[in-house]
Structures are given as structure tokens and as C-alpha cells.
Design a protein around this ligand. Structure first.
Ligand code: CTP
Length: 410
């Protein structure tokens, strides 16, 4: 059987990156001959099989032609005459269109190796445009390989722009957009994904609430970078340095959407952007079917990030209010994630990347102090009904006040 390692595995091997999935293409076979050789068929759109031992995916070499709008609507030809080159030609990028045979011989009809060496993301053929998801894939690869110096080829950037202008991205389904977005958020340089989408116009299509932040100013004394879009990109960079937690990275991305809804007459001030941010975060999260944990942390960050930034100036009763409203008692980990997102927000500013952010620890320790108050002692002291809650709040405020005095020495 003639089988070739293809796609991401070849690319990542040549980049000396860890290979996760190994995909194979088989030439000259049929469904029947594959089944006879002990492979199990999976997938209904085109013939893909699992190897009887390794369980890796083996696909019959195929060509694809677009027959309709959107992601479905392809006519697939996988007869045994389809060549390896034809199979590689239907693929998205030259660096994804190389094959290795069993002797480790590289088959590279579209010069993927050269593009890999020159750090170029370049489409293989005009058929790239048949699949709008590829715009998001290129943006994701740009985010992942930015660390190696990859750039998008000018002709590919132009094609992506044309695809967006022709409304091709409207046909994507939210699940696919979120899948690419969530993967991109977890890459090394997630900001590059969003910058790439912005450059080709795709950000406006799927993330309009984010897209409008570019051009909205902030006060220069807090934000030397001024622009809200640039700030957002810096925050997501900082979040990527701090954590691999998807919810935190998503919350970092959308924490300032409220600035798109403040009164331009009041700019660069953004009063109440914290509350105003809730509706666009909901809209974006629901459009993309973002998981609840990401959405909830994002909304909480929008509502409370200014409180956390001002933590050391807050009265103990206000600190307690924040802890209550964030339900830190039942969800301490989520509260910690809020503090990490706020840290990214504080550091995501030009020239302030290395600043200290004592507010995060301060809020966490205030929470721990308040959380150490034992409800049992309140009940034992005779409180009943609503009074239990009242006494608990009073004692927690005392605990926060004591902690704050110890912390500040005042
Ligand atoms: N492919 C494509 N167009 C797509 C999806 C996939 O051309 N919309 C091709 C590419 O050749 C790709 C291969 O199918 O390399 C395998 O796709 P997939 O497993 O989704 O991606 P990988 O390139 O392996 O990348 P990753 O490391 O992100 O999984």
C-alpha cells in the first residue's frame, strides 16, 4: 500500500515542533481494498479510515470541488486514479501541502519547504477560496508561528480580503468560528489572530463589538498606548504570558467592549463602560456559542475590573460587596481568575508591562480573611433567620478591615 504522511505532521516535523496528530494519504486504493486490509471506515463526507493497529487516520487521496455555499457543498472524487499531487493541491497552505513517504523522502510539489524556510504562509492554489474557514486557519497559524517569524504572503492576504469582501465568511457556522478562535486564544501570540482578522476585514464580520474598539481613545495617563483596540491586544498578550486558561484569555479579549458604547462626547473618559460592556459581551458570546465559564468570567471582569484596580482605595464594605457579587465564597477559583485577568489588564499598557500589581494579592488576601469567619460561631451566638446573613456580613467587613490595617500598616 502506498501511504504518505501529510499535512500538519510533516510541517511540524520540519519545524522541529512536537507532532500531535499524524494524518496519512493513501494512493491507488478503494474503500473495498481498505476494508479488506483491515481498516475501519470513519467519516461520511469522504473516505477516511482508522489503521487497525495505530488507529491513525488514513484518507484516500481525493480532489474536491465546490458545489454550493458555505462549508458543506463539495463534490469529492476519491477514485484510485487520484494522484498524491492532486490531493496536495486542494489543501490550504503550501506548508500544509507536503508529504513524506515511507523512506522519509519529501514530496513537495508546491514548494512548502521553501516557504517554511522563508517563514511564509502562502495558499497553494485559487481553490483556497472555496473554504472560508481557511481565513481563520491562516490567522490561527499566524498566531501560532509568529514566534518563528512567519508572515502571510501578500497574495494570500489579498485573497483573504477578497473572500471577506464577497461575504464568504457569513456562511461559516458559529461552532467552527469558536473552535478556531478558542484554539487561537491558546496559541503563543493570540493577538496576531485578531490582528490578522482585522487586516482582512473578518473581525468586523464575526467580532464587530471588538472591531469598533480601534480608534477609541483612552486617557494617556492610564493608557500610554491610548487606543482601545491596541490596549486590548496588549492585554491578551499579557494574559497569554500569565496563563493557559482559556476563560482568562477570553475575558482579557472582551473586558473593555463597553468602551465601544460610551458617549464619544466624553472621550477619552469611559464612565460606566464596566456595566455597558455586559450587553456586547453577551451578544458576542452568544453569537459564537462561547462556553458559559468563559462568558461568565468575561462579564464579571467587565463589571469589576475597575473595582479591582482600585482595591487598595476601596472601603471594606465595598470589598465585601465585590466578593458577594462575584460569589467568591462558592467559586474562589473563578474569583482568582478574575484577579489574573485584571493583572493582564493592568500590564497590557505601553511601557507598563513590568509594573507590580499588588491589587490582585490584596484582593485575594482580603477574600481569605473574610472567608475565615465561621458561620458556626454566629449561629452559636444565637443569631437566627436573616440575622445570620447580617451578622456574617458584619463580621466579614471587620475581618477585611483588620486585614487592610495589617496590610497597609494604617
Ligand atoms: N486542510 C485544508 N483546509 C482545511 C482544513 C485542513 O487544506 N480547511 C488540510 C491541510 O493540509 C492540513 C490538513 O488538512 O494540514 C490537516 O488538517 P488539520 O488536522 O485540521 O490541521 P493541521 O494542519 O494538522 O493543523 P493543526 O496542527 O492545527 O491540527
Amino acid at each position: 500500500m502506498q501511504s504518505f504522511l501529510v499535512g500538519g505532521a510533516v510541517r511540524d516535523k520540519l519545524l522541529e515542533r512536537e507532532v500531535h496528530d499524524r494524518d496519512w494519504v493513501v494512493v491507488g486504493e478503494t474503500v473495498d481494498s481498505m476494508l479488506a486490509a483491515g481498516f475501519t471506515q470513519v467519516g461520511s463526507d469522504f473516505p477516511v479510515f482508522l489503521h487497525p493497529k495505530s488507529k491513525e487516520e488514513y484518507a484516500l487521496a481525493r480532489t474536491e470541488r465546490k458545489s454550493g455555499k458555505g462549508y458543506t457543498g463539495f463534490v469529492v472524487n476519491s477514485n484510485p486514479n487520484v494522484t498524491l499531487e492532486e490531493d496536495l493541491e486542494r489543501r490550504d497552505l503550501t506548508i500544509n501541502a507536503m508529504a513524506l513517504d515511507q523512506n522519509q523522502q519529501l514530496f513537495d510539489p508546491f514548494n512548502g519547504q521553501k516557504d517554511l524556510d522563508n517563514r511564509v504562509l502562502r495558499h497553494v492554489s485559487p481553490a483556497f477560496a472555496e473554504d472560508p474557514l481557511r481565513v481563520l486557519r491562516v490567522a490561527r497559524f499566524a498566531a501560532r508561528y509568529h514566534q518563528y517569524g512567519f508572515q502571510i504572503a501578500p497574495e494570500t492576504a489579498l485573497l483573504m480580503k477578497q473572500m471577506v469582501a464577497q461575504g464568504e465568511l457569513d456562511h461559516l457556522v458559529p461552532e467552527r468560528v469558536w473552535k478556531e478562535t478558542s484554539r487561537a486564544l491558546l496559541e503563543n501570540d493570540p493577538d496576531i489572530f485578531f490582528e490578522t482578522l482585522r487586516a482582512c476585514g473578518a473581525l468586523k464580520v464575526w467580532f464587530p463589538e471588538l472591531d469598533i474598539l480601534w480608534g477609541i481613545p483612552n486617557p494617556v495617563q492610564w493608557h500610554p498606548e491610548i487606543d482601545s483596540g491596541i490596549h486590548t491586544m496588549m492585554v491578551i498578550q499579557q494574559a497569554a504570558k500569565l496563563t493557559d486558561n482559556l476563560a482568562i484569555r477570553y475575558a482579557a479579549l472582551v473586558h473593555d467592549l463597553g468602551k465601544g458604547l460610551t458617549d464619544p462626547a466624553q472621550w477619552p473618559s469611559h464612565r460606566e463602560h464596566e456595566e455597558l460592556g455586559v450587553a456586547p459581551i453577551r451578544a458576542l458570546s452568544e453569537r459564537l456559542k462561547v462556553p458559559n465559564d468563559c462568558k461568565e468570567l468575561a462579564i464579571m471582569t467587565s463589571e469589576y475590573h475597575t473595582h479591582v484596580h482600585r482595591a487598595l482605595e476601596l472601603r471594606p464594605a465595598t470589598i465585601l460587596k465585590v466578593l458577594n457579587q462575584c460569589d467568591a465564597w462558592r467559586k474562589p477559583e473563578r474569583f482568582k481568575d478574575l484577579l489574573t485577568t485584571c493583572t493582564a489588564d493592568a500590564k497590557g499598557r505601553a511601557g507598563l508591562e513590568d509594573r507590580d500589581y499588588p491589587q490582585a494579592n490584596f484582593m485575594w488576601e482580603a477574600f481569605e480573611a473574610a472567608n475565615a469567619v465561621a458561620v458556626k460561631s454566629i449561629i452559636e451566638a444565637g443569631a437566627v433567620g436573616k440575622n445570620i446573613k447580617l451578622r456574617l456580613n458584619e463580621k466579614r467587613i471587620h475581618a477585611i478591615r483588620d486585614f487592610k490595617q495589617r496590610y497597609t500598616g494604617k
